[in-house]
Design a protein around this ligand. Sequence first.
Ligand code: ATP
Ligand code: MG
Length: 254
Amino acid sequence: MPAGGDVAIRTEHLAKSYRSGGEEVVVFSDLNFAVYRGERLAIVGESGAGKSTLLYLLGGLDRPSGGRIYFGSKEITTLADSDLAEFRNRQIGFVWQTHCLLPEFTALENVMMPLLIRGASYTEAAEAARSRLEEVGLGKRATHRAGELSGGEQQRVALARALVGQPAFLLADEPTGNLDLRTGERMIALLAEVHRSHRLTSLYVTHNLSFARRCDRVLKLEAGCLGPIGAGAEVFTPAAAMEAGSFKDENPYV
Ligand SMILES: Nc1ncnc2c1ncn2[C@@H]1O[C@H](COP(=O)(O)OP(=O)(O)OP(=O)(O)O)[C@@H](O)[C@H]1O
Ligand SMILES: [Mg+2]
């Protein structure tokens, strides 16, 4: 890990195995890497390499089989379930591989959900949710049921929901995976925009190499190892992120 105080997320000997049909599936057994404050990191790799698994662990949605995850100096792997849920709700915005909206609820209600879980009032949650929907260009769709929206619109609602709690980190699992080229490009532009405007540290899992190459850094997950991929990927430097203004100053975890 490079010297300096700009590491936002760090893993130590991170391991995950699943037990399935009496057999143990080892996805990875010793991942050590860092995510820098303010960077946009793309993680690529073949289907089944463990990208979603890794993102779930970093997002506190699942527990590792071994190793540690730190956000700044805070270790999340030792947190009790309720503290981990609270950490996730406050710090992490997650966009799922399939958007996971509640189809019978309106776009607005879907986006309000993380704030209601946090204990915000209905009015406060609705106001924040409406702003986020406008930010992703869906202000006019607020009262439409999520299930009636197009795939691209649903993905933008999912992004609005991820941002509504003002997280420091955005984790997105194949955010352009189910979208046509043009809609995908719109999503990529939106992700870049909210990265800047919300001063995020962003991690994207993607199969879209054109998108990956536009990020600050690209890592490939392959055979249980996470390493750089070569040509085309710009190298991230904390100075570049500083210049882009992508820092979250008042966050205790970063
Ligand atoms: N709940 C589970 N139980 C058992 N095995 C699992 C479970 N979840 C994932 N796996 C296995 O772990 C491995 C990694 O899965 P993962 O979903 O992380 O891959 P991925 O890189 O995200 O793939 P894709 O690009 O297709 O989304 C796969 O071999 C998968 O079958
Ligand atoms: Mg996946």
